[in-house]
Design a binder for this molecule. Sequence first.
Ligand SMILES: Nc1ncnc2c1ncn2[C@@H]1O[C@H](COP(=O)(O)OP(=O)(O)OP(=O)(O)O)[C@@H](O)[C@H]1O
Length: 587
Amino acid sequence: MAEMNEITLHQVFESMNCGIIVMDRAGRIQWVNPQARGILKPSGRLCPGEAIGTHLPLTGRLVERCLKTGEPQLDKHLQGKHVDIVVHVTCMKASGKITGAVCSLDKIERFEEAASQLDSVKRLNRQLTAIVDNSSDGIWVCDGNGTVITVNKSSERLNGVKAEEVIGKHVSIMEDKGLVDHNVTPEVIRTGRKISALQYIKRTGKYVLMTATPVFDENGDISMVVSNGRDMTRLNAINEELEQIRMKAQKLEDRLAEIDMLQLKDQDIVAENDKMVQILRVAFKLAKMDASNILILGESGAGKGMLAKFIHKNGNRSKKAFIQINCAALPETLLEAELFGYEGGAFTGARQKGKAGLLELAHGGVLFLDEIGDMPISVQAKLLKYLDDHMVMRVGGTQARMIDCLIVAATNHDLEAKAKEKTFREDLYYRLNSFIIHIPPLRERPEDILKLANSFLKKYNAKYNLDRRLSYRTLEFLRSHPFEGNVRELQNLIRRLVVMGEPDASPATARDDYGEPLPAATAPPPVQYGLDPAQGLTAQLEAVEREILRRAFARFPSTRQMAAQLEVSQPTIVRKLKKYGLAGKDT
Ligand SMILES: Nc1ncnc2c1ncn2[C@@H]1O[C@H](COP(=O)(O)OP(=O)(O)OP(=O)(O)O)[C@@H](O)[C@H]1O
């Protein structure tokens, strides 16, 4: 205290950072500190000694007002010719009376500098507030003790709280109020680690993924915990929407497949049976995928070759070759030479120039290996090598060539059983069975029989330039008897019926074309004229006429032939067929 008493007012004023001028009751300068002299120097005023007892025009009016009213004049900007300052003028009082004034002043630049710093801080603050407030994620900021400092708008929405409810309170208030099932901030403060957890917000029923991150100060202490909350409810909804879109896309894909299938109807393949339709669908997809090593299984004549052609036709190799070889038809060495080709002089009887193998010829296209179950083991080994590296070396050759062809194989053997009993290479079997298609025999798909019969009828009528129809008897036979043969037998039967005409080519005489002879065709059922004595003559006559027409309709392939048989004109036949609902035949 004693030391303090020794400090004079002089010393205080002279050490101050701003200019100080003391005036008496009349506003005359009594004392000036060096800083005030420095600030006002450019104006040429306040030279040491000169100024005392004079008025300072620049501050004159402010000093006058202050002395008159006793009101302090603060933060006044005064601009002279040579100086630009900010001034505060306050009164000195003694016993309640104004005794003089003190004027503190500073250069405007110092204020401007501070103000501009303040401006940029304010701008930064505004930007940060805008970022935090406009973030779609919820943001909570707590201090190092867990006291809530900031809560943004999204967080208010997510948590169903108002910022003022929680700011200044400890973050545990959320748990205490039962608003959230658990809070990670205290744990972050305890462990100093970033923590993420799924939170259930009871008030809003939302699931929020919270990530709380510690912010450390220069001493390594946690100064803040910034928690980011993402609304998973929305993400879940988006996921569900995505799932629905996926399902829609799947439906569209299925629809496209349906359209593709409709296009298939234009192709020569018959598939009424559900399994067969499914098989075509799969084959179609495989073709579009350019899938190789497809194995088609099925009894002889079930349609394996036809399916292989279908795959070729519907794939992107359709413009390239489709080459077929029956592996059971050639002896071992010949088959090898056929498949892989040979160089000139490779063996006795070999062509001078050598020959390209079927694999080479099928480059870019499809090679169909029919009856692969009968392929000799040595050739199987070579085929396996090709499937592994796609390189083909001609017999007797020294240079392998890269060949790209899609392999489709078929067999009526149980290849798996053959692999087990070592009559077929197991490794080749596994290489070939990437995609297996099993075609059921025709007897297991009776829905296809009549459709196939009609399709073959059309084909052979066109081929032999005939106009045959299947008789009622044949149709009835095919409809009502199990057909033991496969598609090839049915095809042969229809060809025979078309070529030979009926009745000689009836199914009953077609036994050569079947594995087993066909049972005798059933006789057409006795005519039921539907005579009803209770009806009038016209109705009864019409019943008889309808039955005659129905039989003729089943028997003759064209209305012209019906007309000739029944000895009426063709238009009459057409008209009557329409009348009795039998229309549909050519006119
Ligand atoms: N679904 C079908 N639609 C139309 N024609 C078919 C159908 N299935 C088979 N065919 C025809 O039947 C005949 C026999 O079929 P394919 O030669 O494909 O049988 P496969 O199973 O390969 O016989 P194999 O084992 O004796 O070689 C062919 O003329 C084929 O075009």
